[in-house]
Design a protein around this ligand. Structure first.
Ligand SMILES: [Zn+2]
Length: 171
């Protein structure tokens, strides 16, 4: 089932499709031996107020992965972006896993998100950071947004209750 996360002012939301969610859930760090995984997320309408995350990519075989670290292979990430772009999907954020039930971003996660946003040189007003927890058939998920319009803000989004989810547009 898709999941919806609202901005604190409830005027904007982000909807994650089954396709994107199941891709990320598959890499949740359920076992002690499992390494962090991550990748990027894509949307066909990256500037929409109701943002739909259609797909997620990664991890790549050539990524650097440890239990508490993940660094993507930048060249392979570029190739992933080109494949998604050919399907009219644009990159909107990063996702990765954490070996904790209720994940929260590290200082490094936050600065990485800013680096990605700044690399667009104004072509994006926001960039997402999603972190997948390691418990439950539907893991907890932290959703944060780095944005610089009108000013730089690092915002946590809250998950909609079930009743709200059912009323949200589905794709
Ligand atoms: Zn992290």
């Amino acid at each position: 089932m898709s999941r919806v996360f609202f901005y604190p002012d409830y005027t904007r939301y982000i909807l994650f499709t089954d396709q994107a969610l199941f891709h990320m859930y598959a890499h949740a760090q359920r076992g002690r031996w499992q390494k962090e995984a991550g990748g990027e997320m894509f949307s066909s309408e990256p500037h929409s107020r109701g943002l739909v995350v259609n797909t997620a990519t990664g991890p790549n075989p050539s990524d650097y992965r440890r239990r508490c670290a993940w660094n993507p292979d930048v060249r392979q990430s570029d190739r992933n972006r080109q494949v998604e772009f050919a399907q009219s999907r644009h990159v909107v954020g990063l996702w990765h896993t954490h070996p904790e039930p209720s994940p929260s971003p590290s200082g490094r996660d936050q600065s990485t998100t800013w680096e990605y946003l700044d690399s667009f040189k104004g072509d994006r007003s926001r960039y997402l950071m999603v972190i997948i927890g390691n418990r439950g058939s539907i893991p907890e998920m932290a959703v944060w947004v780095a944005s610089h319009q009108p000013m730089r803000e690092w915002t946590q989004l809250g998950e909609a209750l079930d009743s709200e989810t059912e009323q949200a547009p589905d794709k």
